[in-house]
Design a binder for this molecule. Structure first.
Ligand code: CP
Ligand code: NVA
Length: 317
């Protein structure tokens, strides 16, 4: 084992080769969930969450079980960390009992600190800034629909410039894709640092990055239209009315979908709010791949646990 990637703390940690390996393995786990049923035998994986989750928790617990291990779910308010124990002490204790830590919380810096002090792999299962495991499921779903040749295809995210939008930009840049994010200007646009980072990756990968405010220009000719909730976990309720009104033109409707390529798919990480970011006709319609996308949360987290605990990923060094 060389100096390989220990943790998946952010989407940008993964190289294209790492992503290809993870997607190949996940595709195998999709066909046969129990093909590596002893990989984590007699081992435990901690899943620590301070935010709600349906898919990521189910996918993570199921993935660990399919690898022969035991998941231990830890709620933030039940740990001593909620009473002031330090992140570094918590990371050391978890490392003494578990073979990996999957964590969902608010601050990216908390996940970074867990990664620094844990001797076992730490996986970011969503922060305010990023959602790397989601993007693995998304790109496996994209690959199932379009294959590996993504030339002349446009991958478009519309809506709030949130954690998923950030991850969309970075993942698309790494994959060498024509990656578009369309959001309202200003407060709900992706941060400059993220766009600069995506452009830096794109210079090497050959990706084309576009950050737009015109949703119709973005959607025209798209192969994927992706959206996410307008109010993320942790967003300030005092912003709700202003945010809903700014985002209204970004709702994915049949009319917006009519501007896309004929084989365009609709994607959403879920949970969805029908009538806000997407109309029911689109998310429940024939172009929607959201259920397959959700299915791949398990296959990709399973692949990630499998390879990360074996030290197979090289990272972006
Ligand atoms: N997509 C996703 O992360 O869903 P959950 O919040 O339900 O885990
Ligand atoms: N942007 C959303 C994603 C949920 C999976 C949130 O952070 O709440």
């Amino acid at each position: 084992m060389s100096t390989n990637l220990k943790d998946l703390l952010r989407t940008a940690d993964l190289s294209k080769a790492d992503i290809e390996l993870l997607l190949d393995t996940a595709a195998k786990f999709a066909k046969n969930p129990l093909r590596s049923k002893k990989a984590l035998a007699k081992k435990t994986v901690a899943i620590y969450m301070t935010k709600s989750s349906t898919r990521t928790r189910l996918a993570s617990e199921t993935a660990v079980a399919h690898l022969g291990g035991t998941p231990i779910f830890l709620r933030g308010d039940e740990l001593q960390i909620g009473r002031g124990e330090t992140i570094s002490d918590t990371a050391k204790i978890i490392s003494g009992f578990c073979s990996a830590l999957i964590v969902r919380t608010f601050a990216q810096s908390d996940v970074d600190e867990l990664g620094k002090y844990a001797s076992v792999p730490v996986i970011n299962a969503l922060t305010d800034d990023d959602h790397p495991t989601q993007l693995l499921a998304d790109w496996l779903t994209i690959r199932e629909n379009f294959g590996k040749d993504i030339k002349n295809r446009k991958f478009v995210y519309v809506g709030d410039g949130n954690n998923v939008a950030n991850a969309w930009l970075i993942m698309g840049a790494t994959m060498g894709a024509h990656t578009v994010v369309a959001t309202p200007a200003g407060k709900w646009a992706p941060k400059t640092a993220i766009v600069e980072h995506a452009n830096k990756i794109a210079q090497k990968s050959g990706a084309k990055i576009e950050v737009l405010t015109d949703v119709r220009v973005a959607a025209t000719g798209a192969s994927v239209i992706y959206t996410d909730v307008w109010m993320s976990m942790g967003d300030s309720e005092s912003d709700r009315a202003e945010k809903m009104s700014a985002l209204k033109p970004f709702m994915v409707t049949p009319e917006l979908m009519s501007l896309t390529a004929t084989d365009c798919i609709f994607m959403h990480c879920l949970p969805a709010h029908r009538g806000e970011e997407v109309s029911a006709e689109v998310i429940d319609g024939p172009r929607s791949v959201v259920w397959r996308q959700a299915f791949h949360r398990r296959t990709t987290i399973q692949a990630l646990l499998y390879h990360l605990t074996k030290g197979d990923l090289k990272g972006n060094v």
